[in-house]
Write a protein that binds this ligand. Sequence first.
Ligand SMILES: [Zn+2]
Length: 280
Amino acid sequence: MLFFFGVNKSKLKNHFLLNNCICPHCNNANTLTTQTHAKYFHFFFFPIFPLSKTTTATCSHCRLHLQEDNFTEEMKRVYQNQETLNPNTRPIWHGCGCFIILSFIALSLISGIFAYFTYDKENSNSSEKADSFSFNYLNDLDSLTINPKLKNDTISLEAKDCLDEFLAGIVNTDRIEYYSKQKGNNILLIVKISDIKKIKSNTRKEILNYLYDWFSMDENFKNKKFYIAIEGQWNTVLISTPKGVDDDGKYANTDLLDNFYKENTPVKDTLNITIKKQKK
Ligand SMILES: [Zn+2]
């Protein structure tokens, strides 16, 4: 059986002749020599970290082999003196695995901390952008009204005419709220239908189609790009923009409105679109 990890040992270089010590077995003097082994933990025979050292003494005359614990007092004293004068240091490679692992951990920590701070910076920049976008959209949601005035929101008024007709008898059209604004050729229209649950989610996208048809009948909106968001009671349920459409009728991705808010053209008063009633 092969052991992938375990304890190995290696001989340390200094041997000490225990001067004037008497072998406890054959009573000869100056026949005892010490030998020290250092143990280390290995993984696939690669040293990871150092373990204890063991010292033995061997008699050259009778081959007696003694563990350090069994040394006579005299042997212990002489051995300690020698060890102090000429210490048996263990080779540095006994701990090299440990060193490599610790360096690796330190390096990962440093790069982790570095990555955290740089990521955080980038992230906070992008979340600032996202925040300013959602902030703008939330601000616009605050401006929703059930009663758009011809004087300052002609697009909402048009949308109201359209949905009053399309949703009559399905939802209470008097409670539908509207808001619109225009930047260059881009028009944002937000409609909030609080009781949208009365309309099945798979037929809700018809609201978008009806609005597009309605506006396409008017020359004033011929080259306009529409960003339409339909809000339910709690969340955005439909989005249609030049960038993409999210019309599954449940949870729409408001990121699609991003391009409208990114546009740097100043917001135009929608008053300058003169509505000519030419429907039906
Ligand atoms: Zn002996």
